[in-house]
Design a protein around this ligand. Structure first.
Ligand SMILES: Nc1ncnc2c1ncn2[C@@H]1O[C@H](COP(=O)(O)OP(=O)(O)O)[C@@H](O)[C@H]1O
Ligand SMILES: [Mg+2]
Length: 133
């Protein structure tokens, strides 16, 4: 059975909700506590970026299967301003808001797969995945 949960992001509380739902599904799928934490942190960072920069959008958390391997996928989508230089945005410490600039690069390190598509004035779509061992 495949599960998909969508959380609209428009308030800080929605970030917490997305994080909790992600952690719950990760736990249900059998991810270790350390991986649950990585997945929840990735979701938080993407949801916070939507809230800060878009400033609304959604997080979709799904169970996925590939080559009989179970995994979790998170899609973060918004119709915000987009990212003008994706390479720059993925560098440790790069921030346009005086943030730590670790959200996107951190997320990339915490997950197994990381894809980003962004168009100026159209929006941003980021897909992250983690597979069970
Ligand atoms: N959804 C988004 N829409 C527009 N810009 C974004 C989005 N997510 C990230 N960015 C841009 O990428 C930069 C780096 O993001 P991140 O690594 O999370 O660091 P921080 O949020 O601390 O600045 C942000 O400062 C912002 O300019
Ligand atoms: Mg961030």
């Amino acid at each position: 059975m495949s599960i998909s949960i969508s959380v609209d992001i428009s308030t800080e509380n929605d970030i917490v909700t997305a994080r909790q739902k992600g952690r719950f599904l990760a736990k249900e799928l059998g991810f270790s506590i350390v991986d649950q934490c990585r997945i929840a942190t990735g979701i938080s960072e993407l949801a916070r970026n939507i809230f800060l920069y878009a400033p609304t959008g959604k997080i979709i958390i799904s169970s996925i299967v590939k080559n009989s391997r179970q995994g979790i996928a998170i899609v973060a989508e918004d119709n915000g301003p987009g990212i003008s230089d994706i390479k720059l945005a993925l560098l440790d410490g790069f921030s346009t808001s005086n943030g730590l600039g670790m959200g996107l690069p951190g997320c990339q390190r915490l997950m197994d797969e990381f894809e980003i598509k962004s168009e100026l004035d159209i929006g941003t779509k980021i897909v992250i995945k983690k597979w069970l061992d």
